[in-house]
Design a binder for this molecule. Structure first.
Ligand code: BMX
Ligand code: ZN
Length: 323
């Protein structure tokens, strides 16, 4: 493999988005344009996810050099689920969604293999970089992102910069408790927002409700819950009202803590659309100090196929002056 990929003046960076199902990688420009992209499944037999990510980047580069033999790049930006030690690019914690991933020295592995600068951050933290450049967060210095997907991820931008905390773990908004006597969570806490507002938890709570009512549960996934809610079905409404109350409680606390100008909501659950956003705005209004409400909007996330991967690559420009 060519070890001379690096050029500080190149208009390109490599973005890598590592999720529980797929690894997306691509060549990204600062304008957000994606030149080439490639996806691999995350789990492939015994292959370690760190090696799988390297395989994805290697395949991508092979594809690019066929068209541009003298291709050079500024570096590699990675967004990954889990809690990432930001300075060292080490996966401090990852749930069993990606078996064996915890402890991976991802930055080190990538740097040694490709001889390029590498940045690694949490998947939703890098999504916030996409929001900041191209989405609802454009021109807004203080905003918060929530991604309601398999889990609930979060990111906090204060005075134009992502908040990382002591080592990089800040922004795990999915594990903010909204019910101190609520169900136990994998994180060790109770009543975490993720227990009420992830797509997984919405489908799970609906199935539990149907079972308790002696009703059939087959094929009940998150989309089905939204469809039933939109059609006015009472059981689906009970589940979604609980989700909205949990989200409203969490978001009100975030507003009181950070006084943001914007809350951006993405992930599969945001696809429930206007009904969700309307109800959520009402709920937040009813739980938030009036003085804080004028400044804050609640908006859907930037819509684009590759927003995670683009945000991952944007780290290269975001931190260009910091080495
Ligand atoms: C979990 C946690 C977060 C992640 C969030 C959203 C792990 C592996 N994941 O709360 O780090 O940002 O889920 O993840 O600890 P997604 O899988 O829904 O994108
Ligand atoms: Zn939790």
């Amino acid at each position: 493999m060519n070890s001379g990929w690096y050029d500080a003046q190149s208009p390109y960076a490599i973005g890598v988005d590592i999720g529980g199902t797929k690894i997306n990688t691509g060549i990204v420009c600062e304008s957000g344009e994606v030149l080439h992209s490639l996806s691999l499944s995350t789990l492939a037999g015994q292959t370690h996810t760190g090696n799988r990510a390297m395989e994805a980047v290697e395949n991508l580069l092979q594809k690019v050099v066929l068209e541009q033999p003298d291709f050079r790049v500024r570096g590699i930006g990675i967004g990954s689920a889990g809690q990432i030690e930001w300075a060292s690019g080490h996966i401090r914690f990852s749930s069993d969604l990606i078996p064996g991933y915890q402890g991976t020295q991802l930055k080190k592995m990538m740097e040694e293999r490709f001889h390029l600068p590498v940045h690694v951050d949490n998947d939703v933290n890098v999504l916030a970089l996409t929001e900041k450049r191209f989405g609802a967060g454009k021109g807004i210095d203080n905003f918060i992102c929530l991604a309601l997907g398999t889990g609930v991820g979060g990111a906090i931008v204060v005075e134009g910069r992502l908040v990382h905390g002591a080592w990089g773990g800040a922004g795990e908004i999915g594990h903010m408790s909204v019910n101190f006597q609520g169900p136990f969570c994998i994180c060790g806490g109770r009543g975490c927002l993720e227990q009420y507002a992830s797509g997984t938890s919405i489908a799970r709570r609906m199935r539990e409700k149907l079972v308790s009512e002696g009703l059939p549960v087959e094929d009940v996934d998150t989309r089905e819950v939204f469809a039933r809610w939109q059609a006015g079905e009472p059981l689906a409404s009970t589940i979604m009202e609980e989700t909205i109350a949990a989200l409203g409680t969490g978001i009100a606390s975030l507003i009181h803590t950070f006084n943001p100008g914007l809350i951006v909501i993405g992930g599969g659950v945001a696809e429930a659309g206007e009904l969700l956003f309307d109800r959520l705005r009402q709920e937040v209004r009813s739980r938030t100090m009036a003085s804080m409400l004028d400044a804050v909007r609640i908006e859907p996330a930037y819509k684009g196929n590759w927003s995670g991967m683009i945000g991952a690559a944007l780290q290269i420009w975001e931190y260009a002056d910091e080495g």
